[in-house]
Design a protein around this ligand. Structure first.
Ligand code: GLC
Ligand code: CA
Length: 546
């Protein structure tokens, strides 16, 4: 496999609105991020994926862009953006911009012009269809954020497509002029010195609207290759595509070297398996380790020799990792460390979502009024109108709603978690008094220092980056363990995903193994035996043969 500089990199995702507010208006901003670069450097990360900071009416917190080449006033200025790129680079940190080109905002000048006249050169930047025979939408395609995926435009008597909110009209990727504009915009960002792009719902751009095929449309890979050739393919950039629809076979198309598409994709099999078949994320299924293991093993194996995996437990759309896959109560620290170890010891590039490194948890606001996320709010309204009870919907939002990840970053125990001196746009999780960066920095045994160590290990031990992955103890219902091998070296990774004390029988051929314990969350283990007594959520990585 051809080596790339970013194979041993670790990415840190910032959701700017919730990261750090510098001016007391309650909204995180670029100056706030700059003020925390030393913190990120200390953590050791190499790349920041910056969720959108572009000009936007903020219907979907910036995933609705009205100007790709300007910065939202509440986040700062282009000069501050350039300062962020520069000052990050001085610390060897590169910025991945969030590229949201499946859709724009309805306030984007292209869409405003498209609405003004059917003769506008921008009309065909969007997707218009005549009403159905009954005057209703052209077909019954539904928006991810509730309601029809078609919105009616009185003036022209036509509908436009929006897969997300009606203020996020879909771009028409069948129009080559859209490619030209987007490519030129991307090149101007690359010229500013960014490290690459995270590509929002990129699997939707090849859509075949009249067949109601949205993900994985027939032109998808052609469009990505074209984009690669016209923009980031010219340099050594990192690109990661968000692809909810991706199978391992698709991921190879996106990420295999000879394909000239992307560095890697985000896939969501380990997330979706805990959603209900009908109600989706709003009815959460219990965590079953066997299913989780099967999915991770499938992906690790399928991309073993070609392509590259992204590794993540959480992001700004998902619940908090420790709440979902660990234990947010008694074993919060142990389980958060275990999840960190598991993440960094798999093959691929790890992504840490802001606050994960201190074990931030889900939030449980008691009223719907306290929520801000357009998806939760719309679906709450829609499902209640459809007969679902308030309690059921709140349970779903508590488990899987996007605001779980969007509460203010918890910096210290001062009011509002030290995130703002004003009133935060969304309330802080009340547990900030115990769970915060200042406390974690002061405690040598904290989750934060554990993460710092993991990030550093990836730089020191190529086996963590390139070692082959082989699952062991496959049938064990509580333990997720695997072996990485590189040359003569072996790395054994053992994770107890349960709150129980376990006696783990060690396979015979491993019983005499001993070596260097790279990382652990209880007493270090440097030798195996016939069996091991594992503590709740215990995890360790043992290197043999170096
Ligand atoms: C992606 C983003 C999400 C956004 C959606 C529409 O899934 O991660 O936050 O709402 O795309 O842009
Ligand atoms: Ca601010």
């Amino acid at each position: 496999m051809e080596k790339k500089w970013w194979h041993n990199a670790v990415v840190y995702q910032i959701y700017p609105r919730s990261f750090m507010d510098s001016n007391g208006d309650g909204i995180g901003d670029l100056a706030g991020i700059i003020s925390k670069l030393d913190y990120l450097q200390q953590l050791g990360i190499n790349l920041i994926w910056l969720s959108p900071v572009y000009r936007s009416p903020m219907d979907d917190n910036g995933y609705d862009i009205s100007d790709y080449e300007d910065i939202a006033a509440e986040f700062g200025t282009m000069a501050e953006m350039e300062a962020l790129i520069r000052q990050a680079k001085q610390r060897d940190i590169h910025i991945l911009m969030d590229l949201v080109v499946n859709h724009t905002s309805d306030e984007h000048p292209w869409f405003i012009s498209a609405l003004e006249s059917q003769d506008s050169p921008y009309r065909d930047f969007y997707i218009w269809r005549k009403p159905a025979a009954d005057g209703g939408p052209p077909n019954n395609f539904r928006s991810y954020f509730g309601g029809s995926g078609w919105a009616y435009d009185e003036a022209s008597g036509e509908y436009y497509l929006h897969q997300f909110s009606k203020r996020q009209p879909d771009l028409n990727w069948d129009n080559p002029r859209v490619h030209e504009e987007v490519h030129a915009m991307m090149n101007r960002w690359l010229d500013k010195g960014i490290g690459g792009f995270r590509m929002d719902v990129i699997d939707l751009i090849g859509k075949e609207v009249d067949k109601q095929i949205m993900a994985n449309g027939k032109n998808l890979h052609m469009l990505i290759r074209q984009m690669n050739r016209a923009t980031f393919g010219k340099g050594d950039y990192v690109t990661v595509g968000e692809a909810w629809s991706a199978s391992p076979q698709d991921a190879l198309l996106y990420s295999a070297n000879d394909r000239e598409e992307l560095s890697m994709v985000f896939q969501f099999d380990h997330i979706k398996q805990f959603w209900d078949e009908q109600a989706g994320k709003w009815r959460s299924k219990p965590f079953v380790l066997a299913n989780f293991k099967a999915v991770i093993e499938k992906w690790q194996t399928a991309l073993a020799d070609r392509g590259w995996n992204s590794l993540f437990w959480s992001n700004h759309d998902l619940p908090r990792a420790v709440s979902k896959f660990g234990d947010e109560g008694e074993f919060r620290e142990a389980s958060a460390k275990m999840l960190g170890t598991a993440l960094h010891c798999l093959k691929g590039t790890p992504y840490i979502y802001q606050g994960e490194e201190i074990g931030m948890t889900n939030v449980r606001y008691t009223t719907i009024e306290e929520y801000r996320d357009i998806e939760s709010l719309n679906l709450y309204r829609e499902r209640l109108a459809g007969g679902v009870s308030h309690d059921e919907m709140m349970t779903g939002i508590h488990a899987n709603g996007r605001d779980n990840a969007r509460t203010p970053m918890q910096w210290d125990d001062s009011p509002n978690a030290g995130f703002t001196t004003g009133i935060p746009w969304i309330a802080a999780n009340p547990n900030y008094r115990e769970i915060n960066v200042a406390a974690a920095l002061a405690e040598p045994d904290s989750i934060l220092w554990h993460y710092q160590k993991l990030v550093a290990l990836r730089k020191q031990y190529p086996i963590l980056v390139y070692g082959n992955f082989r699952p062991i103890l496959k049938e064990h219902p509580q333990v997720f363990a695997w072996l990485r091998t590189l040359g003569e070296e072996r790395l054994l990774v053992v994770n107890n995903f349960s709150r129980e004390h376990l006696t783990l029988d060690i396979p015979e051929e491993m019983q005499a193994w001993h070596g260097e314990c790279l990382v652990s969350n209880y007493a270090p283990r440097d030798a195996l035996a016939v069996s091991l007594e594992l503590q709740p959520y215990e995890s360790f990585a043992l290197l043999i043969g170096r």
